[in-house]
Design a protein around this ligand. Structure first.
Ligand code: NAP
Length: 314
């Protein structure tokens, strides 16, 4: 039985590995997604012991939430942890960011409809705007939390200063930011703050969009509309360095009789600064592999070897 982890000061209990759903309905991020395959992938994740699904309005501008609403229908709602995000306003086809308190409340109500549920386990302010005081934005979410409409309050993509402003009344439960073996900026300022204030951390891009799975040896050309097309890590020296470091983990993975992906995900699960790791998956097979990493126990020495292998990417 997987040990559940607590989301900050809330009562929300999640599995240490969740499912990142930006490729379920996220047509604005990846071309040629198949909706039915997306639904099957979410259901496979749940059937393989994952309880947290991470989505956002911005993934397909409502489509990901709508598909997840369909995917979770056969399951007990109260056994699932549904995390979503909002802050994007669309006017005349143009997307802007707003943290206006009333707008954020409306985002929550709209997400509830698309997800066909009457509460959200986690709602994140997806991005900071330029003018709303961050504690005022969070106070609007606290009102919804007091009413039981959301169970935990999160922020994403906030700078350290914005996070401190947002949490001045101690109301933030969870932060979701870019963090991976190859992108470790949160370690210096963000992690010490989160640990001191009992705030959970959920890293996104944990597999560096697939680079840390060990499946690459040559750079590949992504189609137009794929968010990896202009990612510098998929080209040149960066690509070579990441692939070499990742492939050097093969002997450890072999000792455990697991894939490099499972080993890398086990590193996040053992990392004391991380609460839930949310790899994305495009197929049921990938979701199954990722779920298996919850059963992998790596030693302290293996943890340190993996950590040191990527220290130069700090
Ligand atoms: P990721 O987890 O680093 O990489 C996921 C990708 O790696 C998959 O789409 C798949 O792509 C490949 N992959 C996954 N499992 C695999 C396996 N077992 N074997 C081989 N390949 C595998 O990147 P991500 O999905 O973009 O990020 C994770 C989640 O974080 C997202 O789904 C989203 O929920 C969240 N997120 C949040 C923010 C934010 O602003 N808060 C931003 C970005 C992402 P291919 O099959 O195409 O290789």
């Amino acid at each position: 039985m997987t040990k559940l982890v607590k989301i900050g000061k809330s009562q929300v209990l999640a599995t240490p590995l969740g499912f990142g759903a930006n490729s379920v309905g996220g047509d604005n991020l990846f071309p040629n997604l198949n909706d039915q395959l997306g639904i099957q992938t979410v259901q496979t994740a749940i059937n393989n012991g994952i309880n947290l699904i991470d989505t956002a309005y911005a993934y397909g501008y409502g489509k990901s939430e709508t598909l997840i609403g369909e995917a979770i229908k056969p399951f007990d709602r109260d056994k699932l942890i549904i995390a979503t995000k909002g802050a994007q306003a669309i006017h005349n086809g143009k997307v802007s960011i707003s943290n206006d308190p009333d707008f954020l409340k409306q985002c929550v109500y709209d997400s509830l409809k698309r997800l066909q549920t009457d509460y959200l386990d986690i709602f994140y302010i997806h991005f900071p705007d330029e003018d709303t005081p961050k504690d005022v934005a969070v106070a609007a979410l606290q009102e919804l939390k007091d009413q039981g409409i959301i169970k935990a309050i999160g922020v994403s993509n906030f700078s350290y200063e914005q996070l401190v402003e947002a949490n001045q009344n101690g109301q933030i439960d969870v932060v979701e930011d870019n963090y991976s073996l190859i992108y470790r900026k949160p370690e210096t300022q963000i992690f010490p703050y989160l640990n001191a204030h009992n705030i959970a951390f959920v890293p996104y891009f944990p597999l560096a969009s697939g680079l840390l799975t060990g499946k690459y040896s040559h750079p590949i050309e992504f189609p137009e509309g794929d968010l990896r097309k202009n990612d510098k890590n998929f080209n040149g020296e960066n690509f070579k360095a990441i692939v070499t470091a990742t492939n050097s983990l093969k002997p450890i993975a072999k000792n455990h009789d697991i894939s490099i992906t499972e080993l890398v995900l086990a590193w996040y699960i053992k990392n004391p600064n991380i609460t839930v790791v949310i790899p994305g998956a495009k197929t049921p097979e990938q979701a199954k592999t990722n779920a298996r990493s919850m059963n992998v126990a790596i030693t302290n020495s293996e943890y340190n070897i993996i950590d040191n292998t990527f220290k130069s990417f700090l």
